[in-house]
Design a protein around this ligand. Sequence first.
Ligand code: INI
Length: 154
Amino acid sequence: MKIYEGKLNAAGLKFGIVISRFNDFITRKLLEGALDALKRNSAAEEDIAVAWVPGAWEIPSAAARMANSGSYDAVICLGAVIKGATAHWQYISAQVTRGIAAVAAGASVPVSYGVITPDTLEQAIERAGTKAGNKGFDAAMAAIEMANLFKELA
Ligand code: INI
């Protein structure tokens, strides 16, 4: 029996990060978490590229560009869609999630999902480096593991 399992070693791997500026007091924390995960697992600073987009809506198209560029071993998507008074956030969070899933399914490199969609600001803070961990860190760890898995499967 052959078992494939991606290692948690980011040395020599190249990462593209797409991050939205909307709610940047939260997304910057997700970015800190993602960079922490990459660097702790031996990614080199010069092997990490960060692309800022205006809001979460813009993440899938930028992620597709990065994923299809051939320049990265994995792409990490970071954003924060926080529930608001109108249904706007709902449309955005659903479409962004679908959009990233579609990019991930069609790309030859892994695309990880570090977009949080909390109901409250408090929940957003919890998921960006406090009580509930850091979803940016988690997304980067998934990207490292999947990048190594894809290399094994290739
Ligand atoms: N973008 C976000 O990243 N998070 C949000 O919570 C949000 N809300 O709620 O409006 C949001 N809107 C902007 C959107 O992503 C686009 O940037 C904008 O519609 C322009 O295309």
